[in-house]
Design a protein around this ligand. Structure first.
Ligand code: NDP
Length: 271
């Protein structure tokens, strides 16, 4: 059975390493995970191949196609529909079913790192792009009250507007407006290789030491933002575990093997 990653470019993806390690670990020796680089003009043909080839069981979807595939699928999970983005496709009885496991991966890794999200806590989300949407969704599902701040304030307002039916969420224009915060999540690409010296947190604003920082950036493992938080005495986690956990949740959808069983294998494969 073949599973693949649809996106463009995909050659630097760590997904084959962790998914193939998991197939081997649970004895699915006939299963392989492949990279399927797919520019936009080749997407329709790729999805046709996915639909027709009986040796293909599904795929992951990454940038820039998480929204592009929506209209080509037969069924969307409630989460994928609400988020307007698909990162996992499962083929069942000839139908293509779209799921989103990014938000599940975030919650699983947050808990793994010792932060239990509960109703009433206050969260500050930095960024308003694709990943921020999934993170705000996850936080609202857990009952947290969420502020969003983004360089482009209009995008933060738009995200808050879209997700406000799910809970208490608002856009703010500066970090100072956030007040006391329990959890800060970096969903910006500031600090991500090759922007190693950038940080979304103002250098002249003390990082709140009582807050837990979750930085989605996983390359490098030690971002400037994590250094700022650690220097203030705050607890922190980087995003590598989320990568493993969203992959484990997708693995469960394709194979039926529980995510909790393969997540440690995937974490180990990522090193
Ligand atoms: P998008 O391109 O959709 O959004 C990028 C966001 O970053 C925007 O809000 C943008 O602001 C903001 N931004 C970019 N540069 C800066 C800067 N210098 N200062 C402040 N804000 C900045 O990206 P994604 O949401 O898909 O991904 C964001 C990050 O999260 C990436 O580093 C990605 O690798 C990581 N990620 C990690 C995952 C994991 O499993 N750990 C999963 C998904 C993503 P503006 O709107 O103003 O341009």
């Amino acid at each position: 059975m073949r599973i693949g990653l649809i996106g463009y470019p995909v050659q630097h993806s760590a997904s084959p390493r962790m998914q193939n390690a998991a197939f081997a670990a649970v004895g699915l020796t006939e299963w392989t995970y492949e990279l399927w680089p797919t520019p936009l003009d080749a997407l329709a043909e790729r999805l046709l191949e996915l639909r027709k080839n009986h040796h293909i069981g599904g795929c992951n979807v990454t940038i820039p196609h998480k929204q592009n595939v929506l209209g080509a699928l037969d069924v969307l999970s409630d989460h994928a529909r609400m988020l307007g983005a698909v990162n996992t496709i499962v083929k069942r009885d000839g139908q293509l079913i779209g799921h989103n496991t990014d938000w599940l991966g975030f919650l699983a890794d947050l808990r793994f790192n010792g932060f239990e999200p509960v109703g009433g806590q206050r969260a500050l989300v930095l960024g308003a792009g694709g990943s921020a949407r999934g993170i705000v969704y996850a936080l609202l599902k857990c009952g947290l009250r969420v502020h969003i701040v983004n360089r482009d304030a209009a995008r933060a307002h738009s995200l808050a507007h879209d997700l406000h039916p799910l809970g208490t969420v608002s856009a703010i224009t500066t970090m100072h407006q956030a007040g006391a915060i329990d959890l800060i999540i970096n969903c910006t690409s500031a600090g991500m290789d090759p922007h190693l010296d950038t940080t979304p947190w103002p250098l002249d604003l003390p990082f709140p030491r009582q807050a837990f920082l979750y930085d989605l950036v996983y390359k490098p493992r030690q971002t400037v933002l994590i250094q700022q938080a650690e220097a203030a005495g705050a607890r922190c986690a980087g995003g590598i575990g989320m990568l493993a956990e969203q992959g484990a949740a997708a693995f469960e959808l394709w194979t039926g093997v529980p995510a909790a069983q393969v997540a440690p294998v995937m974490r180990a494969a990522l090193g």
